[in-house]
Write a new protein. Sequence first.
Length: 317
Amino acid sequence: MAGNDGEKSENGKNVDDSQKVDDSGAGSSTVVNYSKSLPDVSKIEVFEGQNFRRWAERVFSLLDVKGVTSALTVAEPDEAKADPKIVEGWKHANKVCRYTILSTLSNDLFDVYCSYKGANEIWDNLNIKYTAEDATKQKFVVGNYLRWQMVEDKEIKAQINEYHKFLEELKAEKIDLPDVFVAGALVEKLPSSWNDYKQQLKHKHTQMSLVDLIKHVIIEDASRKECDAARAKALESRANLIQSNAHKKKRYENRTDPVLRVTNPNFKANCYVCGKPGHKAYYCRYQKTNNMPPKPKANLTLGDDKKDDDDIIAAVM
């Protein structure tokens, strides 16, 4: 493999990795810079023995983009008989594929397959081993799909993503369900609080596709959240109003204004001011501290008894 500083030609000049050099004398070939052509495997989940088909599909797609999948399907060409360009191309593809596969295996699996020099050997062994194990997975995938049900305490969008995951697992097991069926099944799997909405969908004359149904459900979910938020805000305002009124009532009852003095029929003792039952002296209107003005009284002046009875009696108000 060429270094980063390039190789030196016979005349002492530097030759860059991307330049063409004559290997066979019959034509020119490209010196491949493998460090730049290696794919980025950081986004591929490490394979630990589960979900083999998903891992294999991601690895194969990445290698297909690089144009090196021939190393997985074609045996190594004979260097004595094959074209040197073909041999060099296969070796490059094999290195890229082997690097990609081993880099996405767990430590335990890496220890098993690191001694394999051909990427196609690793690929074939993994397919034989884990495809056979996945054959029994089909029944569990179907059961999980049928048992799955939406719940109340989880976001609708997240649960729709789970539903999509079940459908993809069914497709991976080569179980293709009609779009009308999966859309109708999603309606039945909605939470119990959506029963009215489910009945509305069932009474529609036209059957929606899964994509249209998901859009409809997401819009309905957003509308429900807005209504719940408005209802919660109204209840909070009402609770604050009731609490405020209760506080005002308590302050009003604790006032000591003489105008508010009332009698209490449950009070058994007698008032020591007026002697009447049903109220305390503090509330008595006859106590001296009462601010009510006294009622006017008439002053009578009588004449002399010795005089005649016809004398005038004067009354001063």
